[in-house]
Design a protein around this ligand. Sequence first.
Ligand code: F6R
Length: 266
Amino acid sequence: MTKPIRRLELAGADVKVFSKPEGACEAAAGKIISSIPICAMVRGQAVLGLATGSTPEPVYAELVKACKSGLCSFEKVSTYNLDEYYPMGPLDPHSYRSYMHRHLFDHVDIAPNRGHVLDGTVPEHFAAEHAALFDRWIAADGGLDVQLLGIGRNGHIGFNEPSDLAVDKALKLPTRLVELHPTTIADAVKDFGAEGLVPRHALTMGIAPILGARSIVVLAFGEHKAEAVARSLRGPVTAEVPGSLLQTVPGKVTWLIDRDAASGLL
Ligand code: F6R
């Protein structure tokens, strides 16, 4: 296992800086792999909150490798994904449902009814009900054991975008339908091919269920994430930088980042 080159305690979080993203992804996968049998033994299953995007892809590759070599099993795992574009069909290659099948679900022994992704096909007038149900499923499964997060250039976590909400209100945000921020839309152009093809809305797990996880692992790589990382860890707690809301749950957040993403901290 690759060792971090720096370790900092910042805003109640454990921050580990790796020379390369690979080391951080190995550490994230290791944390998930070691938590599964413990949670399964204590509570009958492990409940994982999962992220999509380019950042966690190597984490899923590590998990698949571990499962294929018998070091890990998803038989007693339930997963809840952070978000899904809206509207979005599950078979669309741009959907986060298809991302999860490509990177994880199709390669591990997870039961088909245990890999939960918000449904981008629900009628708009039932989106709030669907989102509320998602939070109830998480609660009924005993809450999230480990939540894996990436962070947007604008500091978003899940698709909880920057806003002028008061902090106490932001901390209560449930899973819901949201409008995507211009930076998020601009960053999605590489996946969709043109700005006009990027959905304007998404269903996202709320700040409340994310922060309710027993343990949170945040990954961030590259210089383009440095500002969001620094504002999340060194800046004031504000809904303008959703990543900074992680400061309100000291002791349970681990940041696994590379040297470039850490450049605003060191
Ligand atoms: C994805 C998600 C987003 C991403 C973030 C970073 O499920 O919730 O918050 O983690 O936009 O995306 P990448 O990893 O593509 O830079």
